[in-house]
Design a protein around this ligand. Sequence first.
Ligand code: ACO
Length: 277
Amino acid sequence: MAEAKAPHGRGGFTEDVSAESLAEIGLRYEVDGEIATITLDRPDKRNAQTFATWSGLARIGESLPEQVRVVVVRGEGPSFSAGIDLRMFTPEGVPGQGSFGSVARLGDASFEQTVQQAQQGFLWLRRPEIVSVAAVQGHAIGAGFQLALACDLRIVADDVKFCMKEPALGLVPDLTGTKPLVELVGLARATDICLTARIVEADEALRIGLAERVVTRDGLADAVRDKTAELLSTNRDAAAATKRLLQGAAGRTLEEQCAAERAEQALRIKALFGGAS
Ligand code: ACO
C-alpha cells in the first residue's frame, strides 16, 4: 500500500497529507488503487480526536485522488474513537490547540468559523463520487459516533458501543452527526439516544439501522474488505449518479425525484450508448 501523497486531488489543492504530518496528529492514510483507508491511530488514548484530527481529515478529503471510490474509516486498537480529547475540558487544553475555555472567548464569527472548519473533516465523506465505510469496534463516543455517522455505511464488531455523550457533558453534537442519525433511526429514537446519552450496542444498532452488518471483532477487516469489493463491482459513474439520486430523495417530491431519475439516466444512456447532445 502506498503512502498517499496525492498532490492534486478533487479540490485541486496541494495539501500536506504526508505520513509524517498525519502521524503527528494520530492519523494514518493509505491509498491502494480505488480504496483509501483512514486510520485513527492513537490507540493508547482510544483514538481521542482534536481540532488537528478534523483538519487532518479535511486535508485528506481535499487531496483525495480522483481514482478513489471507497474510503474506509477505521480506528486502531480497542476503540474506534472515545470522542473529543478530554483535555479540551481542562484550562490547559490540548497543546497548540486551545481548550473549550479559549474557544468560548472567541467572538461569534470566529466561533462559527472554528466549528465550520471542524465540520469540513466530516462532510466530504458524503460526496457522491465515493462510498465511505466506517469499520467500528469498541467505543464510538461523541465525536467518534459522529465520525461513524458521517460515513455512508457502518460495519461494526459485536463489541461496538455507540454513545452520543455530548448532552451529558453540556454540549450538543455539532460534528454533522444529528442529521444522519435522525435519517437513519428516526426522530424518536434519535431523541432517546442523544438525550439519554445511553449506549447502543451491536444488536440494537443493527435492528434500528445504525449498522449495516455486525461481525466478530476478528472478522471486521474481512467484512470491510468484502463490502469494498462489492462496492467496486458496480459501474463508477452509475454509482455516483445513483448516490446523488438517493441523497436527494428525501428532499424531493415523487415527481421531482422522477424528473431527477430521468435526468441522471439521460446522462448515463448518452455516456454508454452515445446519441444527440
Ligand atoms: N480524551 C483523551 N484521552 C482519553 C479519552 C478522551 N476522550 N478517552 C480515553 N482516553 C485515555 C485515558 O485517559 C487513558 O489514558 P492513560 O492511559 O494515559 O490514563 C487511555 O485513553 C485509556 O483509557 P481508559 O479509560 O483506561 O480505557 P477503557 O478502555 O477502560 O475505557 C472509554 C474506554 C470507555 C472510551 C473511556 O476511556 C472513556 O469513557 N473515555 C471518555 C469518553 C468521553 O467522554 N468522550 C467525550 C465525548 S463528547 C465528544 O466527543 C464531543
